[in-house]
Ligand binder design. Structure first.
Ligand SMILES: Nc1ncnc2c1ncn2[C@@H]1O[C@H](COP(=O)(O)OP(=O)(O)OP(=O)(O)O)[C@@H](O)[C@H]1O
Length: 260
């Protein structure tokens, strides 16, 4: 669990101040200021290539795996700047779970997918692992569908089930934040609905940041929405406000489908 640090504002998970990011010469994030709140769903919307994925991959410092990335600015997680050279990146990544566009279970059994993270953290006791597996699968609303076939290969699950397995895998390491990069774009409407319902449940316990191309989805499930355009945050507001009464003309054009 996160520890209190000096400078940590209550209820704030991330504080982004004047964040800039370049891929080589390409200035992909420009002067981003965003505060992300605890136990909320924060949606990131905007047209293709506007920097949504780059922003969320910055939150767990995954973006730094890309060669020639340069970052400037301030990004505090729980009050502490994650770009500080002394920041323990491995610790950060255990607190920040991530779910990707395409479900990416490991080529292992359902059980071993979930037990993988806890085992890496040194948990070997079978009973403890069994409990974590059940709790995580229940948390991802998948337990009832798989409880009788935990030793089956994960690839035998449907796409929607695989995505919930990936969410369960995140939950098994008890993260603080869950980043989701278009988690339903590869799923059918019923699986999408299940994940959306699940997100509503999960936000009671976790802070969720979700990139989505689907504006109805952002409107349905998020509390706050940030609209990105060409690497900038054009507007960030309560979701109801942003969709019903946007302050910026460009937001209005985007949400009404006039561009993007
Ligand atoms: N690894 C990379 N190397 C170089 N440029 C990149 C890299 N990843 C992204 N970019 C560029 O940075 C910009 C932002 O990309 P990003 O993937 O963050 O956008 P996005 O809003 O998530 O797009 P989409 O909705 O299409 O997924 C784009 O111009 C993209 O071409």
């Amino acid at each position: 669990m996160p520890t209190a640090e000096s400078g940590e504002a209550k209820g704030v998970v991330y504080e982004t101040k004047d964040l800039n990011l370049w891929y080589g010469e390409h200035h992909a994030l420009k002067h981003i200021h965003l505060t992300i709140y605890e136990n909320k769903v924060t949606a990131i919307i905007g047209p293709s290539g506007c920097g949504k994925s780059t922003y969320i991959k910055t939150l767990n410092r995954m973006v730094e795996l890309v060669p020639n990335v340069r970052i400037a600015g301030h990004l505090a997680y729980r009050g502490r700047n994650i770009f500080d050279p002394s920041y323990p990146v491995e610790q950060l990544r255990t607190q920040i779970g991530m779910v990707f566009q395409k479900p990416n279970p490991f080529p292992k059994s359902i059980y071993d997918n979930i037990a993988y993270g806890p085992r890496i953290h040194g948990i070997r006791n079978k009973k403890v692992l069994d409990e974590i597996v059940e709790k995580s699968l229940r948390g991802a609303a998948l337990w009832d569908e798989v409880k009788d076939r935990l030793r089956d290969h994960a690839y035998g699950l449907s796409g929607g089930q695989q995505q919930r397995l990936c969410i369960a895998r995140c939950l098994a390491i008890e993260p603080d934040v869950i980043l989701m990069d278009e988690p339903t774009s590869a799923l059918d409407p019923i699986s999408t609905l299940k994940i959306e319902e699940l997100i509503q449940e999960l936000k009671k316990q976790y802070s969720i940041i979700i990139v989505t191309h689907n504006m109805q989805q952002a409107a349905r499930i998020s509390d706050k929405t940030a609209f990105f355009l060409n690497g900038e945050v054009i507007e960030y507001a309560e979701t109801n406000k942003l969709f019903s009464n946007p302050a910026d003309r460009r937001t209005e054009d985007y949400i009404t489908g006039r561009f993007g």
